[in-house]
Ligand binder design. Structure first.
Ligand code: GLA
Length: 373
């Protein structure tokens, strides 16, 4: 072989190694396709566990706060806001040059009871509730104006059958509470993206209701950029077909889709069990992997992750972000939900903060897909 040919080969090997090194996180491999994010807690923001803080900085280009921006922690009483944690969270994302999502402005859960009642404990009038929403949203969104890329404006307003959840917001204001929330958020930061976020978006009736909501909001002149599909998944639910159909429906409605809280529980799901009364009761049968996950089950989980991830990549014209709901298995909420005290393995880093083997496969897979056009 001629010297020139040999040096060309060496140069190619050298360059492709550099390329491979540059792509060795999922966030790098999905760059230009979608953002790859993670939910973070305050221990991580505060650096109490430096390994986790470093992993978050290195492996992800988007973050969302697991708790500190929810209505209850950030606005525990009508005249009291607690900014310390949320301020640190936003600064953490800025330091790491990550896209920051504000989660969440209006939600029936994790919200102070004061929001809905007067000094006698009676439900407030629609006018008072609307004004409290306005104050809350203007104050929170206003504080982080220009620093938060987008907000989960309303979380979980629908039941799975597509009817409105009978929350206090709905009971007092009717479905217009959603429109008001989007109007206030836009007024507070006209440049921020605005999202509607929910779980089981793959359920046809629920997806249709969300599509209808998008149309109604747009007809009322509201800004809505994307629907957040939480993506809390099980081994066989939702199906790939149902997931793809929901992506297509939302795309047709003209919004982007964000997979906002992705995790795949490896444990048996009480929801599909025959005995509904055993739903939340701990039993050894519902917690089969305390000593570790058998290889065959791990392979099935890996395949499930790759199948879903491939779907997101294939539809990256509409999927703008994929965010995991926890950095590692030990801190996932699924260890305590819907049954307390189980040992689940739902995310991409293990209990020692090591990437699971599927991560390398995801990187390879992501590289094969083209960037957004
Ligand atoms: C919902 C919320 C999240 C989080 C999870 C459980 O999906 O949107 O903020 O509370 O439940 O941890």
């Amino acid at each position: 072989m001629k010297i020139k040919t040999i040096s060309a080969i060496i140069a190619i090997i050298f360059l492709s190694n550099i390329y491979a090194m540059a792509q060795k996180t999922i966030a790098k491999a999905t760059k230009g396709k979608f953002l790859f994010g993670v939910a973070v807690n305050m221990q991580q923001v505060n650096g109490n566990n430096p390994t986790e803080s470093e992993l978050i900085a290195r492996e992800f280009n988007a973050i969302v706060a697991e708790n500190c921006m929810k209505p209850q922690p950030i606005h525990p009483q009508e005249d009291k806001y607690q900014w310390t944690d949320a301020d640190k969270f936003v600064a953490f994302g800025e330091k790491n040059k990550q896209a920051i999502t504000g989660h969440c402005l209006i939600w029936h859960s994790q919200i102070g009871r004061w929001f809905f009642v007067d000094e006698n404990g009676k439900d407030v009038t629609p006018e008072v509730l609307k004004e409290r929403m306005r104050q809350h949203i203007m104050t929170v969104v206003g504080r982080y104006k220009g620093r938060v890329q987008g907000w989960d404006v309303v979380n979980e307003a629908f039941e799975d059958d597509g009817t409105y959840r009978n929350s206090k917001f709905y009971r007092i204001l009717g479905k217009d509470f959603i429109k008001y929330a989007f109007q206030f958020a836009h007024e507070a930061d006209p440049d921020a993206e605005l999202y509607y976020n929910d779980y089981n978006v793959e359920t046809p009736a629920k997806c249709d209701a969300i599509v209808e909501l998008v149309k109604e909001l747009r007809a009322a002149g509201c800004r809505i950029d994307a629907v957040g599909s939480q993506g809390h998944m099980h081994m066989d639910d939702p199906t790939l077909e149902a997931t793809e159909t929901s992506l297509m429906k939302l795309k047709a409605a003209g919004v982007k889709v964000l997979i906002t809280e992705w995790d795949i529980s490896i444990l048996p799901s009480p929801y599909s069990g025959a005995n509904i009364s055993a739903r939340f009761t701990y039993s050894k049968e519902m917690d089969p992997y305390r000593e570790g996950v058998p290889d065959s089950v791990q392979q099935e989980w890996n395949k499930r992750v790759l199948d879903m991830f491939e779907l997101f990549l294939k539809h990256n014209d509409v999927v703008d972000r994929v965010t995991l709901w926890a950095l590692n298995d030990s801190i996932s909420w699924l260890n305590n939900f819907p049954i307390r005290g189980r040992k689940d393995y739902p995310v991409l880093f293990d209990r020692n903060n090591q990437p699971k083997s599927v991560v390398a496969d995801m990187i390879m897979m992501a590289k094969k897909y083209k960037k957004k056009g």
